[in-house]
Design a protein around this ligand. Structure first.
Ligand code: 3EB
Length: 333
């Protein structure tokens, strides 16, 4: 089973562990891509000295490289990144190239089911109307996914955020069994958004249960924002957007059957938003020890000020006890 922890230990200490599939650092100016596939530098700045650690209890971890993909795998899960240089080409083309390379590669492997994708690329809101880079990205992603015959109802959870680096950065998780997607009754499925949001709807599920029998595993929740139906709520008011986002997350996690606290959260906030105040309010909501990584980034809709994603344990008492003896769900030092 795959779990995620947040840690303030340095990356090298964490990479010395044999059960680690990925140590995810955050840096808006990532520099060279590390050669160890398990060391991932996400091109966004954080206001905290924290990183994510993705850990598997399934067995030996091996790593490899194929084209633009670097990956680490246990017997049950693959975690990897695919990075393309943003050479100024149209985002439809770059997204198509990235996703078709990833999907073709996955098809040749045992862990061919996408469980989760993160998408980061620069100037996400640049361009007017259907020329906006985010909308072009959605078009290329959709074209690649449709060519690979993945039906909308089997899409993975995702996040799409604007970064400063000139790269198209994808991080992904895959497994041999498909995740079980969950949609939010308060929101129209993103893949059914009406035409006003662009020529291709965004290809992602609101959440998915992944792991053993999709029951004792993990709930992975997409970037979630202040959207009800398909419309942005509380334009210009980050506090009310945050409260709406809580309602969406509560709706999703209840439907998934977990009342547990999140194992790890990422918060994305536009630079105008006091992200530490957002973090404080989240800790009021879910507990003072909630592991949160506060990040600065551009949200894909111009009227959205923040977005929250996370991972929840699909806790049965048995799984929780096991996790506690195996080292807990969050390392805090
Ligand atoms: C939304 O709910 C907000 O295009 O991959 C959230 C998560 C959003 C993922 C994506 C977009 C994406 O529509 C935006």
């Amino acid at each position: 089973m795959l779990t995620v922890q947040t840690s303030s230990l340095n990356s090298q200490q964490l990479l010395d562990r044999t059960d680690v599939l990925a140590v995810v650092d955050f840096d808006a100016a990532p520099g060279h891509r590390p050669t160890d596939p398990r060391r991932i530098i996400t091109p966004l700045d954080t206001s905290a000295a924290l990183r994510e650690v993705w850990v598997s209890n399934a067995g030996e971890v091996t790593t490899g490289r194929s084209g633009d993909i670097l990956y680490a795998q246990s017997p049950d899960e693959t975690v990897g990144t695919l990075i393309l240089a943003d050479n100024g080409e149209d985002l439809e083309t770059l997204a198509y190239q990235a996703y078709s390379q990833l999907l073709t590669w996955l098809d040749q492997h045992e862990h061919r089911q996408l469980w989760r994708v993160w998408n980061y690329f620069s100037r996400i809101n640049t361009g007017e109307g259907d020329s906006e880079r985010y909308r072009r990205f959605s078009l290329g992603r959709q074209r690649a996914l449709r060519e690979s015959s993945l039906p909308d109802r089997a899409l993975p959870p995702a996040t799409a955020i604007g970064c400063a680096a000139d790269q198209v950065f994808l991080m992904f998780i895959a497994g041999s069994e498909p995740g079980k997607p969950i949609e939010n009754p308060r929101q129209i499925s993103a893949y059914r958004y009406p035409r006003q949001y662009g020529p291709a709807s965004p290809s992602f599920a609101r959440a998915a249960k992944v792991g053993p029998a999709n029951t004792e595993g993990t709930l992975i929740v997409s970037g979630t924002a202040s959207i009800v139906g398909h419309e942005t709520q509380h334009e210009g008011d980050w506090q009310r957007q945050l409260e709406e986002t809580f309602r969406n997350l509560t709706s999703l996690t209840r439907l998934a059957g977990t009342a547990a606290a999140p194992s790890s959260l990422r918060v994305y906030a536009r630079p105008s938003v006091p992200v530490d105040e957002v973090t404080a309010r989240i800790r009021q909501e879910w507990g003072a020890n909630t592991p949160i990584i506060p990040l600065y980034g551009e949200i894909c809709r111009r009227d959205l000020l923040l977005e929250i994603e996370g991972v929840w344990p699909l806790a049965t008492a048995k799984v929780e006890r096991h996790a506690a003896t195996a080292g807990g769900t969050a390392i805090r030092t």
